[in-house]
Design a binder for this molecule. Structure first.
Ligand code: AMP
Length: 280
């Protein structure tokens, strides 16, 4: 497995692979790898000749009071996991190489970026779209793999790629969960034992929302009200948002219809966790 640290070397290497007619798959990550990330690797290994994983904690997508400095980083451990999973190349650039002094070019997908997570994390999706577009230009993948866990991220990136006519196929893969239902996340390690226990309430509430719908409740307001009641029973939980939206437009829905997605962002103590569930 190759480990490449500079955009220039990565681009040259990718160009050589493309000239040989190989299919390139890219998995953008911030590292601290878990089974969620590795499920994306599994899909990419199945479908591509060369699998590149980027590991980059992207400063442009963190707000000033967020966890950029403390975000868990362990390239050696991640490299071992990636190698075992079948990754051919890790691209782990420095922040200075990705955003040199006086860097000024950003990508913004208007509208979608301001909803849901965009409300409490202004500038987040501008940072995400910018780094992913840069990664696409550097790695030049034919296919790129993302998790349904970050449903808004996928909607934003899909719109970016479609509207900029970028020649890459995006895949969204199912959420990988712990045995008790909590969505796997690099940020779960911030939770203490008690908070970890309480965090289960998020996926339990999503499941309850789905059950209500299966029983015939189609009013988004009713479903959300019951879910809210459940989550608020956990003493450390504070809801950032809880909404039923269309999975592509992210517009709030009054009634559950095709592409209805329940999205949740909940603080458990100081840790902000996101999760979602497609209803139809
Ligand atoms: P991150 O390192 O958190 O930026 O995530 C990198 C990619 O892994 C994103 O496309 C995420 O949506 C995806 N991912 C993160 N957690 C999970 C999970 N539990 N299941 C599936 N994919 C995930």
């Amino acid at each position: 497995m190759k480990i490449i640290n500079t955009p220039q070397k990565m681009q040259e290497t990718a160009q050589r692979w493309r000239k040989k007619g190989l299919t390139l798959g890219l998995i953008p990550t911030m590292g601290s790898l878990h089974e969620g990330h590795l499920s994306l690797v599994e899909a990419a290994v199945r479908e591509c000749d060369i699998v590149v994983m980027s590991i980059f904690v992207n400063p442009a997508q963190f707000g000033p009071s967020e966890d950029y400095q403390t975000y868990p980083r362990n390239l050696a451990k991640d490299s071992r996991k990636a190698y075992k999973g079948g990754v051919d190349c890790i691209f782990a650039p420095s922040a200075a190489d990705m955003y040199p002094e006086n860097y000024a070019t950003y990508t913004c997908v208007e509208g979608l970026s301001e909803k849901l997570c965009g409300k409490s994390r202004p500038g987040h999706f501008r940072g995400v779209a910018t780094v992913v577009l840069k990664l696409f230009n550097i790695v030049m993948p034919h296919k790129a793999y993302f998790g349904q866990k970050d449903a808004q991220q996928f909607a934003v990136l899909k719109k970016m790629v479609d509207e900029l006519n970028f020649p890459v196929i995006l895949h969204s893969l199912p959420i990988i969960r712990e045995d008790d239902g909590l969505a796997k996340s690099s940020r779960n390690q911030y939770l203490n034992e008690d908070q970890r226990e309480q965090a289960i309430v998020i996926s339990k509430a999503l499941d309850h929302g789905k059950t209500l719908f299966m029983e015939g409740v189609t009013s988004a307001e009713k479903i959300i009200a019951e879910m809210r009641g459940m989550i608020e029973k956990a003493p450390s939980a504070k809801i950032d948002y809880l909404e039923i939206v269309d999975e592509y437009t992210l517009e709030s829905l009054v009634k559950v219809q095709e592409h209805a997605l329940i999205c949740a962002a909940v603080f458990i103590g100081k840790t902000r966790l996101i999760d979602n569930l497609l209803l139809l």
